[in-house]
Design a binder for this molecule. Structure first.
Ligand code: SAM
Length: 295
């Protein structure tokens, strides 16, 4: 393959490779899928990117360090993988679909033979221990498991310092929501345990094949220390789950089951310095941590 922009001679005809030729456009995506007999499934959230401009925008928005080792969940046919490799990042790609996982090395070798790619056929919710060194996650996530994947990886990979993920627009909103917002909920508070989360732009439906029936958005998470607390993460997450299981109720009522009774819930909430007549949707992660630690 010629270097981008450099003339090459194939079969006696001179061709100029365009700057985008390393990345996959609509024609390449269709050809690859056809060649592999891939029929995208909804169950695995298979909507493949076929727009080099969007792919380069995602890579730029990830604000990676030069040469930073990236974990990509769900590389699919390789659209984003090639964008990351083209920018000089070693990539470990975890793909659950055996046909896609098996095909990816050849797709990459043909376009970027020098690139550093490791493909792991696995479920990202149950990562094998060999995936430990990437410091950034960049992924167009399967939408039905996007939140569990992000939370599981932030927990399992302490070296992960940032994530730039594409998710359903509503999920992007939820992940980045602040206390008091209508969409603030369990994903918002649990993400806040690990990271500062911000929305990083919308992505039009037309850049995917097949075209999804939902809008998409980018979210960036930058790791920071969890709140200082004597409670464990599990204990804090149990309180968060209980508070939002009945989100219209006051904390005193919603946490009665967790504490054993409403008066005991009230006692602990007050000991944590929180108003027991407040609702969970107004509390930040630090307040949940304080309630979990109150004795
Ligand atoms: N990154 C590719 C792109 O942007 O064109 C494909 C993204 S597609 C939205 C999601 C990908 O995740 C699919 O390739 C699908 O097979 C894969 N996938 C789904 N569930 C997964 C899981 N639990 N673990 C790893 N990969 C998964």
């Amino acid at each position: 393959m010629p270097e981008p922009g450099r003339p090459a001679t194939w079969g006696g005809r001179q061709t100029v490779a365009m700057a985008s030729s390393v990345l996959l456009g609509p024609a390449e995506i269709r050809l690859l899928a056809e060649g592999l007999g891939v029929r995208p499934t909804k169950t695995l959230g298979q909507n493949f990117l076929h727009d080099p401009n969007t792919i380069r925008r995602i890579v730029r928005t990830a604000e990676l360090e030069p040469g930073e080792h990236v974990l990509e969940v769900g590389p699919g046919l390789g659209s984003l993988t090639l964008g990351l490799l083209e920018a000089g990042h070693p990539v470990t790609a975890v793909e659950i679909d055996p046909v896609l996982a098996a095909a990816l090395p050849a797709t990459v070798a043909e376009r970027l033979p020098e690139a550093s790619l490791t493909v792991v056929e696995a479920d990202a919710l149950h990562l094998p221990p060999l995936v430990t060194t990437p410091t950034a996650l960049v992924a167009n996530l399967p939408y039905n498991v996007a939140v569990p994947v992000v939370l599981t990886l932030l927990e399992a990979l302490p070296l992960l310092r940032s994530c730039l993920v594409m998710v359903q627009a509503e999920v992007a909103e939820r992940l980045a929501a602040a206390p008091g917002s209508k969409v603030y909920g369990v994903p918002s508070v649990k993400a806040a345990w690990y990271a500062d989360t911000t929305r990083a732009g919308a992505v039009p439906r037309a850049v995917f094949w097949p075209v999804p029936n939902v809008d998409s958005g980018l979210v960036r998470l930058v790791r920071r220390d969890p709140p200082l607390t004597s409670a464990t993460r599990r204990e804090v997450f149990t309180v968060i789950d209980a508070a939002f299981a009945q989100r219209r109720k006051t904390l005193r009522a919603a946490l009665a089951g967790w504490a054993g009774s409403a008066p005991e819930a009230e006692r602990r909430i007050v000991a944590a310095g929180v108003d027991p007549s407040a609702r969970g949707e107004t509390l930040d992660v630090g307040a949940f941590a304080a309630i979990a630690a109150a004795r």
